[in-house]
Design a protein around this ligand. Sequence first.
Ligand code: ADE
Length: 237
Amino acid sequence: MTWRATILTLFPEMFPGPLGVSLAGRALASGLWALEARDIRASATDKHRSVDDTPAGGGPGMVLRADVLAAAIDATYAAPSAPRLLMSPRGRPLTQSRVRELATGPGALIVCGRFEGVDQRVIEARQLEEVSIGDYVLSGGEIAAMALIDACVRLLPGVMGKAESGAEESFSDSLLEYPHYTRPQIFESLPIPEILTSGDHAKVAAWRRAEAERLTRTRRPDLWVTGQEGRKNTTEG
Ligand code: ADE
């Protein structure tokens, strides 16, 4: 079964957008995954096709209506075991381990929020899992959905070649990735670290590990602490 992203949005024309080029785009064109963007507005029922209304209790902005979004979800076929996600800055932060889980499953139904939010009742009634891509606010969930889909698609079988394989990349061991270098040997009087051109593979591996640990400790002390348990049985104590 093909991994399938089904998106509910008020702006279906945003898709595939950046997912239509490069790695994800080539994989989409060759059928390694499928994308369907559906217009929430198609489920509006009144003559103005309205999808939002003013917040109960007052306040600024508009809220996506529960009835319209529920109708859009109910009219959408997605694999019964596919999670239903709602992109939202209130959600649980997306992690590489959740991305790995999603990539292993059949795909996802992804609701893109707009306006100030989505009526809470539809989140509960349709069991939407709120997912955030970071502690900042986007103008809508579409770009967040693209980020999530891109992260999943690159892990699907056949999408990345051996050369690009994600085995050694950032977060695979709760570590940030070590620094990379390539020719020229000297750039603006900065040489490539000598160890990398020594041909000693064990020394190269040890240097990279040490650099990954140093970067993680200084830039991401949170990741360093949470990853420490898992690393205990490897090289770090
Ligand atoms: N919609 C708006 N901001 C968002 C964020 N940070 N993550 C996911 N969806 C969003």
